[in-house]
Ligand binder design. Sequence first.
Ligand code: ADP
Ligand code: ASP
Ligand code: MG
Length: 403
Amino acid sequence: MKTVVLKFGGTSVGSIDRIKKVCKIIAFYKKNRNRVVVVSSAMSGVTNELVNKSKLISNNFDRAEYDVLVSTGEQVSCALIAGRLKHNGFKSRSWTSWQLPILTDGPYSSARISSVGIKELNKYIKSGGIPIITGFQGINNDFRITTIGRSGSDATAIMLAKFIKADECIIYTDVDGVYTTDPRQHNKAKKIKKILYDEMLEMASLGSKVMQPTSVQDAKLNKIDIKVKSSFVSKSGTLITGSNKVFSNQIITGISSTKNDAKITIVGVKDRPGVAASIFRPLSKNLINVDMVVQNISQNGKETDLTFTIKSEDLKKTERLIKKNKSISYKKLSFDKDLSKVSIIGVGMITTPGITYRMFQALASKKINILVISTSEIKISVLISSKSVKKAIAVLHKEFKLE
Ligand code: ADP
Ligand code: ASP
Ligand code: MG
């Protein structure tokens, strides 16, 4: 008998009708003699509404209460799923994080699951029951509720699969797999049959929302294969795995993009050891995430220009922090909004020369101006105007023969 973890995302449980459909998928696995464990997200839109409510109460809403608030959506969807399964004659019950418990470490809003209590859960599964477990939430050492980052139900499913030693972990969502690029942005996107953890991790971190980046890291660390499938249509999905067998001869596996990036350039910074640390220290203290960083070599050894990117929502705060930073001196500050990072990802680039040139040439052929570049072994990212993202994805998709 196989044990399967089935995770349903927000859109998959987005209405009463959808919940009834999801229960049919669960019943299918149960009738096929599997031991079934379900993890559910909140109904789509619910978590965002809760976040907005916290903002209306205070622009400095208590961080612990924030997690109590935003984790409530999952309790609703889980009770509805369990209730429907019982209505259909199955043995089922809901489980919230403190009831198992799902223990977490780290700060509120971005905690990480460290262990899952499985004793009661295993007893229940063995007795034929179908546990429906709230994704996204855990508890910390103080017995307070935590959340594990937006889209965190993916990580809940993967960590449950680890602790109950499941044979399969299936992420049910609103697309039928991981595509070469977001299929809602580019209609020539193609489904990927198998993708390596490292490639999926880069794609997710660089903006492909289909999987939460932390969850892919958890899967990689614990060697859990993940299947991504649609809860809307019955089709084969994508396997995310660590197997090092070559899957295809593609150089580039996928293209990701971000929204709402902003760029800051500090011109004529007095150059001295430690100057970059002095600029970024207050940003880090204020939890502002800095992404791409470029520092020019100072020609006279005295002054340099420093450019970095952040999320647009942090722009005002960042400007304020730089202006009041007495430990640096510079000539000019400039800002740019409405930017996006477009990245090509693929392990094939390690062994294939000339990919950077092909990417830049393809973008140039469409007159797309590159503002900042960053690379790693398996990805190349460029910062461009958000207006050009669609065009950039289309030309790169074609250049690297992804369609
Ligand atoms: P869920 O609510 O099921 O967790 P998400 O909205 O988090 O679903 O993720 C699914 C969405 O991810 C899709 O609707 C799709 O628009 C988006 N997406 C972005 N990049 C990709 C990609 N490369 N492949 C598939 N989907 C992608
Ligand atoms: N409901 C949470 C969110 O919207 C968690 C999840 O969907 O996985 O971020
Ligand atoms: Mg998701």
